[in-house]
Every structure is written in C-alpha cells, then in structure tokens.
Ligand binder design. Structure first.
Ligand code: C2E
Ligand code: MG
Ligand code: MG
Ligand code: MG
Length: 285
C-alpha cells in the first residue's frame, strides 16, 4: 500500500518536480557563467540612524541581469546558488566587490563616508575551510579594517549548521562583526545569541509590517522584545523593511537605533549612493 501511495504521489508531483529540476539545472548552469560575463551587480541599500537621521552604512544586495530572462530576483537565484554550491564563488565576488566599493567611497568622501558595509553570507560559505582567510585577504587588498565589515547571516542558516561556530569565532576575533538577519523568524533565536558572537540584530520585515496599524499585538510584542534584548545585550538593533513614517517613529520609540526600508531608500546603484554620503565631499564622485 505504501508503494501504491508512493506511486500515486509521485505521479501527482512528477511533472512539477521535473520542471523545477530542469529550471534549477538551467539556472545553475547560467549562473555559473554569470559572474565571468559581468551579469551580476550590486545595489546598496542605505542603513540610517533613526535617532540622528544620518546615514549609517549600506547593505550590499546582489542583482542578476540575465541576457534573455531579464532581471532575476535573488530570492530565486540565491537558493539555486546555495544548493549547487555556486554560492561560494558568487559570495566571494560579492564580498570583494562590496569591499572595493566601500574602500572607494571612504577614499572619495573621507569624513563623510560610512563606516560599515553589510554583506550577506550563506552558511555554505562559512563552511568553506578558507573563508576566514578569504575575508582577511579581501580586507587587506582593499585596505579596510575588520570594523568596516558586517557579515549578515540568517538565523535559520546558522541553526542548520552549528559547525560554523569556529569560523564565526575566528571572524569575531579578527574584529569583523556579525549580524543575525531576519531575526525573530527562526526557531531558536535566543539560544543563538549564546552560541555565537553576535553584534547586530536585524528585526525581520514581517514584524515591521504590522506595526503601524497596531492590529497585530503579537508581532508588535516581538518587535519590542527584540529591541529590549538588544539593549540588554548591548547589541545594535536594526529594523528592516520600513515603509512608512509611522513605522519608523514607532520602531525608533521602541529602541531601534538603526533602520532600512523603502521609506528611506531602496537598494541603489553605486552612482546614486555617492551623493548621500557627504555634504562636503573631498572629491566628488
Ligand atoms: P535580506 O538580506 O533580508 O535583504 C533585505 C531584502 O528586503 C532585500 O531584498 C531588500 O531589497 C528588501 N527590502 C528592503 N527594504 C524593503 C522595504 O521597505 N520593503 C520591501 N518590500 N522590501 C524591502 P532583495 O535585495 O530582493 O534580497 C532578498 C534576499 O536575498 C536577502 O534578504 C538575502 O537573504 C538574499 N541576498 C541578497 N543579496 C545576497 C548576497 O549577496 N548574498 C547572499 N548570500 N544572499 C543575498
Ligand atoms: Mg541581509
Ligand atoms: Mg533580512
Ligand atoms: Mg531576508
């Protein structure tokens, strides 16, 4: 009977599975060439200090402009990159490109430039034995200090990969900071804070969404609790996905010192970031 049931469910799911496998393989193959062909680029979303209103940093977000398919969302190709292992070279490109960009801005804008670049990393990258050396090499090549780099890891990914804790400790020792991305959505948010040397909590957008209308007391309570947790543990609290002034003000009043979101700025091409940086640029970009 189990065999029959297995057959039945296979029959039901096979066409879709086959479609997914083909598109996964195709996409993975194309992604493999995308770096070399220069189809990937980075946008930078400003992170603001919600108290002073000043620009605090940037988060690098990868984009793929496919010659035929057009724009492919990272929500679509990052999972493909993770499953195929391509995230390792892709992530290496992102890390280096983002650091080169920050170094260029810090040279061009000096006092006006931001201190930190946030770079998303997949757990698969952290598991590579050479990852700590790779980070050190990029910092040394670009002349940045470890304080200039914040690596963002989603909590679900680190939960699945406890063996990354040595890598995270080594990065922390070096002075590179670690942010827990999409915080609050995972299953063991609190235990992660004890297991890993975390510096920044990024409250997931889903908690920000329901904040202004006040309709969702549960999400509101989580948002407030995460801010308090950050304060008690002396971590930076960042709210992501802020889309209205009301959300911004309520989050700031809750204790979120930093925030990102379309209300302030969407992810921008580098040329549009320069003007945000210095009222008095040393050398205009
Ligand atoms: P994430 O790291 O949590 O990044 C935040 C996402 O929310 C970004 O989507 C950003 O464009 C979007 N966002 C920011 N503010 C708002 C807002 O106010 N409203 C709305 N609706 N969205 C907002 P994006 O760029 O599509 O990236 C999606 C996810 O893909 C990222 O989530 C991250 O997990 C992953 N990703 C992006 N770039 C990289 C990368 O270079 N490496 C890795 N490993 N993952 C990346
Ligand atoms: Mg992120
Ligand atoms: Mg996030
Ligand atoms: Mg996310």
């Amino acid at each position: 009977a189990a065999k029959e049931a297995g057959k039945a469910s296979l029959a039901r799911f096979e066409p879709r599975m086959r479609h997914d496998m083909v598109s996964h393989a195709t996409l993975a193959g194309e992604l493999r060439d995308a770096i070399g062909r220069g189809e990937l680029r980075l946008l930078y979303q400003p992170v603001y200090d919600l108290v002073t209103g000043g620009l605090h940093g940037f988060e690098a977000l990868v984009r793929w402009q496919h010659p035929v398919r057009g724009f492919v969302s990272p929500a679509e190709f990052i999972p493909v990159a993770e499953r195929s292992g391509l995230i390792v070279p892709l992530g290496a490109w992102v890390l280096r490109e983002a650091c080169l960009q920050l170094a260029a801005w810090r040279a061009a804008y000096q006092d006006g430039a931001v201190e930190a670049m946030n770079v998303n990393v997949a757990v698969r990258q952290l598991r590579e034995t050479g990852f700590v050396d790779e980070v050190a090499a990029v910092l040394s090549e670009t002349g940045l200090t470890p304080r200039n780099l914040i690596l963002e890891v989603t909590e679900s990914s680190v939960v699945d990969g406890w063996q990354v804790s040595e890598t995270l400790e080594a990065l922390h020792e070096m002075g590179v900071r670690l942010a827990l991305d999409d915080f609050g959505t995972g299953q063991s948010s609190l235990s992660l804070l004890r297991a890993f040397p975390v510096d920044v909590l990024k409250l997931d957008k889903s908690f920000v969404d329901g904040i202004a209308d006040g309709a969702d007391r549960g999400r509101l309570a989580v948002a407030a609790a995460v801010a308090q947790l950050a304060e008690h543990l002396q971590l930076k609290a960042v709210a992501e996905g802020i889309e209205s002034r009301e959300q911004l003000e309520r989050l700031r009043d809750m204790g979120y010192r930093y925030g990102q979101g379309f209300f302030m700025a969407k992810p921008l091409p580098p040329a549009e970031c320069g003007p945000l940086m210095a009222a008095d640029p040393v050398r205009a970009a």
